[in-house]
Design a protein around this ligand. Sequence first.
Ligand code: ZN
Length: 312
Amino acid sequence: MSHEVEAGDEFGERLKAYEGRSAAVARPGKDPVNAPMIRHWCEAMGDTNPAYEGPDAIAPPTMLQAWTMAGLSGHTGRAHAYEELLTLLDEAGFTSVVATDCEQEYLRPLRPGDEITFDSVIETVSEKKTTKLGTGYFVTTRMDVRVGADLAGTHRFRILKYAPLRQTDQSGRRPRKKPARPRPVVNRDNAGFWEGVQRHSLLIQRCTGCGTLRHPWLPGCNACGGLDWDTVEASGEGAVYSYVVMHHPPFPAFDPPYAVGLIELAEGVRMISNVVGVPYDKVRIGMPVRLEFQAHDDELVLPVSRAREEVA
Ligand code: ZN
């Protein structure tokens, strides 16, 4: 064991002491569960499930946290353990924060009129971890939401509190090298799509139950609910269905202005890609484009839409 690890452990132990400490006890929600908040939520989410309307309405289960939110005015009677822990991390140089994931469990539906209370506890503080963002600690809090004595649901929320990687070189200057283009988020639902792109093949998912094509990739069919699928390879022909020109905000890996198109492929599905081969201000709705694959660096291949020669 090196001294460095031991020093790290000492700080780690101070952080670990926060595990199990309470951040809120039987704190009441600001409003009872109510139909207007449910309606706004459903409209924002585009959720038209009839279970959330009418005299027997329940609240969407995923609204669980909404009933506990403090708003700008905050909750009264704050417990300070969580703020204390974050301050400790800030002072040790772990000044950045990113929300990494949340998990919810639902035990009882919430209905308009229910008055909730919630407890919040610091559940775990991880060992020191190094991630692509920097080195830091994952902090997980668990919130139990109750109606009376009944547990309605549990909301677990995890953040990474980290020291950002150095953005400057040793002379203190910003590095000149342009940052790499952000990677796509590849998960088990879309891995096949990105594997295809790597081989310069654009694969569209097809429901084997009803034959409906879909893009982007999803676990199930929106037309029939079927879970089985295969793929068809896109011919590469398409047209600009809609587009935007990005000016602001500028991201370091990109050179604005540039056109981002919603491309309708000949097969009928739509895909978002850059429109290339034509000045950004010459992109038009209906413009025919052809699929192309662009290698951005050793790892990253992306599909782009090149304006056909007759319009370029
Ligand atoms: Zn289907």
